[in-house]
Design a protein around this ligand. Structure first.
Ligand SMILES: *Cc1c(COP(=O)(O)O)cnc(C)c1O
Length: 372
């Protein structure tokens, strides 16, 4: 039997919610209220509750959430911001856009997240912020980073774009540092019908600054305290996200169940060429991605592709080897763990609606590749 398995099937999530989503979009259209208003405010309230944070503000994207966070902390030329070298581009791109210098560090081999010891070692007198990324849906190891940052007045900005609702030591991520940044890109655990993002903060002052920054520094209308930007979340996106939010916890639970099923299937297949994702203690993994490390990765991907199974590489090139960051002066070999991850990692389908038959087909196809 030939079972095709896309990397992500957004139709499977959309179909059962179709009428509710279309009704929500229609309500916004009928109101002709597209900027701000009750849908955006309602989503912000509901997400603040979900993320157990006092302040949550809709943003135009996860990238803009990061830029707004850095702007709120007055980060610019001469400042250093520590980021992992292995993440989606926006983590370091946002730092460079503000004229600050990203200081890259290697990742932990098990979790793909910022190596805490390397992070602390990279702190200098110019370090203004650290951006731990909760990559693939698992929290970074925050305690040692926070412990080093706080006494030196270094802000921690959590890049939680892939980790909405993921917990660290029993509390949702996004609340541990000064600011949390989230994304509603369609492939994230909570995805909109286009771009969208969110910032969270426990600080009323920082939240207020970000509220100004997302709307040209304006308060009241046409009086500008600072130069901000248009980083607003659309009412249409907010309306869509409000329909989806009540399902987010069970979708993330379904991703976790799928991950457990992969573990059982891979255990039965007995493949020493495959290293499964590691769940570190004291945190939940919500599996935005299920990333395995394998031998002969590119040939395996081609084999899976021929069998109708979608995969992706997150990410083929770490920041320190990106063309646009050549000016930072890093060389190949500088961060061996990230470089090995870029060569060996591959994401398998993990979306909530994935069926047992599909997962069995994925593992059987991988077994065929290594066992022939
Ligand atoms: C998706 C993502 C972003 C950017 O979010 P957008 O909404 O696409 O701008 C930032 N960081 C990480 C780790 C991401 O996965």
């Amino acid at each position: 039997m030939f079972v095709t398995v896309p990397l992500l099937d957004l139709h499977a999530q959309y179909t059962p919610l179709r009428q509710a989503l279309l009704d929500a979009v229609t309500r916004v259209c009928d109101s002709q209220r597209f900027i701000g208003g009750p849908e955006v405010e309602g989503l912000e309230r509901e997400l603040a509750a979900y993320l157990q944070t006092p302040h949550a503000l809709g943003m135009s994207s996860g990238t803009d959430a990061l830029v707004a966070a850095l702007m709120a902390l007055d980060i610019g030329p001469g400042d250093e911001v520590i980021t992992p070298t292995y993440s989606f581009f926006a983590t370091a791109g946002s730092v460079v856009r503000l004229g600050a210098t990203p200081v890259l560090v290697d990742i932990d081999a098990d979790t793909f997240n910022l190596n805490p010891a390397a992070t602390v070692a990279a702190i200098t007198s110019r370090t203004k912020a650290i951006i731990p990324v909760h990559l693939f849906g698992q929290s970074a190891e925050l305690a040692p980073i926070l412990a080093a940052a706080k006494p030196q007045n270094i802000a921690v900005i959590e890049d939680a774009a892939q980790a909405i609702g993921c917990q660290y030591q029993g509390r949702p991520v996004g609340n541990w540092g000064a600011i949390g940044c989230f994304s509603f890109f369609p492939s994230k655990n909570l995805g909109g019908f286009g771009d969208g993002g969110l910032v969270t903060s426990t600080s009323a002052a920082l939240a207020h600054r970000m509220k100004l920054i997302r709307n040209h520094g304006m308060e009241p209308k046409y009086y500008h305290h600072m130069v901000g930007a248009n980083f607003r979340l659309d009412a249409l996106q907010a309306a869509v996200l409000r329909i989806k939010l009540p399902y987010l916890a069970r979708w993330s639970e379904a991703r976790r169940a799928n991950a457990a099923r992969y573990r059982a299937l891979f255990a039965d297949a007995g493949l020493p060429q495959v290293t499964l994702p590691v769940e570190a203690p004291d945190r939940t993994h919500i599996y935005n991605q299920f990333v395995i490390r394998v031998e002969n990765r590119d040939a395996l991907r081609a084999h899976l592709d021929r069998a109708g199974i979608g995969t992706e590489v997150y990410y083929p090139v770490p920041f320190h080897l990106q063309e646009c960051f050549a000016g930072l002066g890093y060389r190949a070999g500088a961060f061996p763990v990230a470089e090995a991850a870029a060569r060996t990692s591959v994401a398998l389908p993990i979306y909530p609606e994935l069926t047992e038959a599909q997962q069995a087909a994925v593992v059987a196809t991988i077994r065929d590749f290594y066992r022939g």
